[in-house]
Design a protein around this ligand. Structure first.
Ligand SMILES: Cc1ncc(COP(=O)(O)O)c(C=O)c1O
Length: 394
């Protein structure tokens, strides 16, 4: 096939919707001034776009509040550069010396490393809860790990290695009973699975713009529940109340400093609207249908092992596999060079879950499906893996 078959949507979604490209292209020509710093029409329009994006995402992550006609403070939706920055802000703002954090082996390095730094550099403590063999975390194990000095539970919603989706509602009930804030890393789920912070008792939701929300890179954020407490750890300019000698406590400034990525947020706004128009249920249904095809096809190939879960419920459309007789990176190279199929190989920035699956240190070949993939793409991927496997397994 001459066409590139992109099966690396867990890294970043590709392609992005045309409306996102057009919005970013036009932004600086039409609205390119610094909101909050000047009062001209362009600045007002930019400010309205930012406010609309805050409100839109606050509603998106709190559907039960919207349905009940209840309010959610949109200023508690703060923008960051990516999920990594969001997770750093959450961990730095809730965990200090002598505090304890509960997390899991399913996490991305953007949780593992900030937590490890807290432990090594600041004398905090951490418990990494092991999931069951497929990768699902038993919420009761979270309950058992919580101690008197636990100040944060932080859990990955959807695994970027196996696609496993955790039962956040059950974990949230446990955190509510224990009086400990729950942070959720929704990098792989925001935009493809419904999220309900209020119903699930999530205090801090971290999201990235460039994956399932179809925004540009360099966008992301945190949605902070109205009753949650977090220290701000980023200080500097806010564009308002400049005479104040210290950083402002009120949201969004508490977690934001400096000029925002305006064109990025405009693109994120377009991406979220695109997801809303298409419907996340439709997007998820399409992707999971293709995942079923992929799993069925791979199951028939001698030498192919699928790691994690092969369920089609409680997952996103990401799958890690190994091919007997091969290093994962070689299979990735053959898929790319011989078949024009793009996957990602290795540890995917999540080394602990690979140890759990027994796939460390070389990792796996990861297929991750997006809304623009088709049946033909999946059939071609299965054919390609079959051909590669047959070179060493017949
Ligand atoms: C589960 C998970 N968390 C966090 C991140 C970090 O996201 P970003 O690159 O936007 O910082 C990723 C990115 O792959 C991820 O998959």
């Amino acid at each position: 096939m001459d066409e590139l078959i992109y099966l690396d949507n867990a890294a970043t979604s590709f392609p992005k919707p045309a409306v996102m490209h057009d919005t970013v292209r036009d932004f600086y020509r039409e609205n390119g001034v610094n909101p909050g710093r000047t009062g001209c029409d362009m600045a007002i329009r930019a400010e309205e776009m930012i406010s609309d994006t805050r409100s839109r995402l606050s509603r998106f992550f709190n559907p039960s509040l919207v349905a009940a006609g209840a309010s959610k403070d949109p200023d508690r939706l703060v923008f960051t550069m990516n999920a990594t920055m969001s997770l750093n802000l959450i961990i730095n703002g809730t965990v200090g010396p002598g505090d304890h954090v509960v997390t899991t082996l399913c996490e991305h390095n953007s949780v593992i490393r900030p937590v490890n730094h807290k432990v090594r550099d600041e004398g905090a403590e951490a418990t990494f809860v092991a999931p069951e063999p497929e990768g699902y975390v038993d919420p009761d194990e979270i309950r058992k790990a919580i101690r008197g000095n636990t100040t944060l539970v932080i859990v990955n919603h959807g695994s970027n290695v196996s696609g496993v989706v955790q039962d956040i509602a059950a974990i949230g009930r446990i955190c509510r009973e224990a009086g400990v804030p729950l942070a959720v890393d929704a990098a792989q789920t925001a935009g493809v699975l419904p999220i309900d912070m209020a119903a699930w008792n999530v205090s801090f939701l971290s999201f990235t713009g460039h994956k399932c929300l179809f925004g540009p890179t360099g966008t992301g954020g945190i949605c902070v529940a109205d009753d949650a407490e977090i220290r701000g750890t980023l200080v500097g300019g806010t564009g308002v109340r400049s005479a104040h000698p210290y950083h402002l406590e009120e949201y969004p400034f508490r977690l934001e400093a400096g000029t925002l990525n305006l064109a990025g947020i405009a693109g994120l706004n377009a991406g979220v609207r695109w997801v809303e128009d298409r419907g996340i249920e439709n997007i998820h249904h399409h992707e999971i249908g293709l995942m079923g095809m992929l799993q069925e096809g791979l199951a028939d190939i001698p030498g192919v092992v699928m790691h994690g879960t092969t369920r089609l419920e409680s997952r996103v459309a990401t799958l890690s596999v190994s091919v007997k007789g091969y290093d994962a990176s070689d299979v990735g190279t053959f898929l790319d060079v011989d078949f024009n199929i793009l996957t990602r190989t290795g540890l995917h920035c999540a080394p602990l879950i690979h140890e759990h699956y027994g796939t460390a240190p070389r990792g796996t070949i990861r297929f991750s499906i997006g809304p623009f993939n088709t049946d033909d793409h999946i059939m071609e991927a299965v054919r390609a893996v079959g051909e590669i496997a047959a070179r060493r397994n017949t």
